[in-house]
Design a protein around this ligand. Structure first.
Ligand SMILES: NC(=O)c1ccc[n+]([C@@H]2O[C@H](COP(=O)([O-])OP(=O)(O)OC[C@H]3O[C@@H](n4cnc5c(N)ncnc54)[C@H](OP(=O)(O)O)[C@@H]3O)[C@@H](O)[C@H]2O)c1
Length: 304
């Protein structure tokens, strides 16, 4: 039995990069071939990664994960509901959620998953939103999912959802430039009491944090100075940008899962090596934080 480093228990691979659409600000390779994506997943499993994040809206991603993990019963998969963006939630939305979940299980070739998250938190906050949450609770009672939760973009969304619904998992964006959730002590208190799992994504800000100044595309040129400041801070303590970005999130002890996206086995191997090399003595990264959501929320970046 391979004794993999404990840090790998916290590392998860994200599946948005394995869909049928090119994903990521740094993506110069376009859409990944399915067999290449399966190769990355097999590479990950062989090196001790067991957690995978995907969504029904990532089109082929669930099928790719299902094929690649067919012989890996220990895998912990988190998927997400469709995005409704409806002013009111009605019973037909509940039917769509359940049908999409059944399809997800079929695509993933499993009878149950570890987590099911509401992909768009606003769907829970409109009139009738409780119908979606009740349906997810029923799926949990039927042992089709172990934990139910929500994916958010802002602390306001997290506040609003957790004030109304006893979610067990929250997925949120976090990286060395986007430290907005660190000041939400109530959230970390819930996690420390074991009442909530916190999963972080956007660790590399869709790859922007790992770009050299020359390759930063015009549409995020406003990030050039903050990224350069981060690179300098990392260099001062002999860390590469990759090590620095990983060090920042891995030192947040209450984070259950750190989700990274990759387009190749090479990228994944670099991440695995970086997690091994960077000792987790505490480093103050607060100087790298920026608060402007237009800068740090990729969903607000102007499309190509
Ligand atoms: N609302 C939601 O629920 C939501 C939203 C976003 C993401 N997610 C989840 O989070 C996952 C991660 O996506 P993310 O947007 O957060 O991405 P991320 O992890 O911040 O960045 C991923 C990008 O970083 C680059 N990268 C990774 N390893 C690298 C290496 N060793 N060297 C250089 N570049 C490297 C790759 O870009 P290139 O290969 O293109 O250079 C990769 O696409 C997604 O797959 C998805 O599962 C969920």
């Amino acid at each position: 039995m391979n004794a993999f480093p404990p840090v790998l228990k916290r590392l998860a691979l994200g599946g948005a990069q394995w869909g049928a659409h090119a994903y990521g600000i740094a993506n110069t390779q376009g859409v990944l071939r399915e067999k290449d994506a399966e190769g990355i997943i097999n590479y990950a499993v062989e090196r001790g990664i067991r957690s995978f994040d995907t969504a029904s809206s990532y089109d082929t991603s669930e099928c790719v994960i299902g094929r690649a993990l067919a012989d890996c019963p220990a895998a912990r998969i988190v998927t997400k509901t469709p995005v409704f963006h409806s002013k009111v939630v009605r019973s037909e939305h509940v039917e769509v959620l359940i049908k999409a979940f059944e399809d997800s299980l079929e695509h993933l070739k499993v009878s149950q998953v570890y987590g099911l998250l509401i992909h768009h938190s606003g769907d829970l906050l409109v009139p009738g939103g409780h119908l979606l949450f009740d349906a997810m609770k029923t799926l949990k009672d039927l042992k089709r999912v172990s934990k139910i939760g929500v994916s958010v973009y802002t602390a306001e969304q997290a506040h609003a959802v957790l004030a109304k619904f006893p979610v067990e998992i929250i997925q949120l964006p976090m990286n060395v430039l986007d430290q907005r959730f660190l000041s939400e002590e109530w959230l970390w208190a819930l996690a420390s009491r074991g009442e909530l799992e916190i999963h972080a994504r956007s660790i590399f800000l869709q790859g922007a944090l790992l770009m050299s100044p020359q390759t930063i595309p015009n549409r995020i040129r406003f990030l050039a100075d903050p990224i350069e400041k981060f690179r300098k801070t990392a260099l001062e303590i002999n860390l590469s940008p990759l090590q620095g970005a990983l060090h920042f999130v891995l030192q947040q002890k209450a984070l259950t899962q750190v989700i990274v996206g990759v387009h190749s086995c090479e990228e994944l191997q670099q991440i695995l090596s970086a997690t091994q090399d960077c000792s987790l003595h505490s480093i103050d990264w607060t100087g790298c934080a920026i608060d402007d959501p237009d800068f740090i929320d990729p969903s607000r970046w102007k499309p190509v």
